[in-house]
Write a protein that binds this ligand. Structure first.
Ligand SMILES: NC(=O)c1ccc[n+]([C@@H]2O[C@H](COP(=O)([O-])OP(=O)(O)OC[C@H]3O[C@@H](n4cnc5c(N)ncnc54)[C@H](OP(=O)(O)O)[C@@H]3O)[C@@H](O)[C@H]2O)c1
Length: 288
């Protein structure tokens, strides 16, 4: 049975991936601060900034596949702090994978683009404009130096999270609307939100098919944060008048979102439309 190591297994995507993979693989996963209470998987503490610890972890386990999800995902913030994990940490994982011959799958982001065009295709040239985007693009370049590696660039994910995980746009809006609070949304920032369960599906398919190269992951709806919030309110039957809308006054990339048609064709499935994904979450299609 193939052994898979998920680095960042306690995160929003990581824990869902671990739960799916342990059905068919020998799974080990790392956590940084919080060890999840998830059985059926070997949990190891790892700070990827530490080159020796990273090398020891990977050379002891000798996994067939390493899925690298650990990252600092603050959009802005200090470049030096972000680079420690998202560049130096990635380099440590790349070096360790090369030394034992593990295949590496890396999660990147549509923030590698500057947000002037939207619906980016895999052949569009990245031009990041935020510290996070710059770090993810540098991470991509390091990962691409390993033959057989996979880079999965994802747009904004939505889904339920554990209490110890960060909120996402979906759960932030839902919490506010359920509490009767107003929620301010940007009407000029566009994304292609993707159901987190679909990202797990892509990872499963990429692992089982031995795929390699660059893939874009994004849902079929290209819409603003304001329209996203209205869809949430509609599906969960909450008060839409609490949704306030304004242009973004920060240097956030405006028109992001990924064209994922090539990924859909290659893998032979369609990403769920936003309304359908939200209905799945509302009806317990995925545990909260
Ligand atoms: N969520 C999205 O919408 C989205 C969209 C596009 C791409 N991505 C990418 O997809 C991946 C997974 O995203 P996610 O939302 O699931 O992230 P997440 O919940 O923030 O999980 C990332 C994990 O990495 C851990 N970590 C941070 N620094 C570390 C270090 N030095 N060594 C080891 N682990 C460390 C974090 O631990 P602590 O929490 O304890 O700090 C966190 O649990 C990330 O690479 C992200 O850039 C996410």
């Amino acid at each position: 049975m193939d052994r898979i190591l998920v680095i960042g297994g306690e995160g929003f995507l990581g824990l869902k991936l671990v739960r799916a993979l342990k059905q068919g693989y020998d799974v080990a996963a790392t956590y940084y601060k919080t060890k999840p209470e998830e059985a059926g998987c070997e949990w190891l503490q790892l700070d990827i900034v530490n080159p020796k610890a990273t090398k020891d972890c990977i050379s002891n386990l000798k996994p067939n596949v390493v899925v690298l999800l650990a990252a600092v995902s603050t959009t802005f913030g200090n470049m030096e702090e972000i680079a420690k994990v998202n560049i130096n940490g990635v380099r440590n994982v790349v070096n360790a994978c090369q030394s034992v011959g593990s295949r590496l799958i890396f999660l990147s982001s549509d923030y590698v683009f500057n947000g002037e065009k939207g619906l980016y295709k895999p052949e569009d040239k990245p031009k990041p404009s935020t510290p996070y985007g710059i770090s993810k693009y540098e991470g991509e370049k390091l990962v691409a130096s390993i033959p057989n590696s996979v880079i999965l660039r994802s747009s904004l994910m939505y889904g339920w999270h554990e209490p110890f995980q960060h909120k996402n746009f979906f759960t932030k809006v839902l919490t506010k609307l359920r509490g009767g609070e107003q929620v301010v949304t940007f009407n000029d920032c566009y994304r292609t939100p993707v159901y987190v369960g679909d990202v797990v599906r892509v990872l499963g398919a990429v692992i089982s098919r031995d795929a390699k190269g660059l893939f874009h992951i994004g849902g079929p709806d290209y819409l603003s944060f304001t329209d996203f919030a209205h869809k949430i309110a509609k599906v969960f039957q909450l008060n839409e008048s609490l949704i306030l809308s304004k242009p973004c006054n920060m240097s956030l990339p405006k028109l992001l979102g990924l064209d994922a048609k090539a990924t859909e064709d290659f893998l032979g499935f369609r990403f769920v439309p936003l309304s359908q994904g939200l209905k799945l979450l509302a009806t317990g299609g995925e545990a909260s």
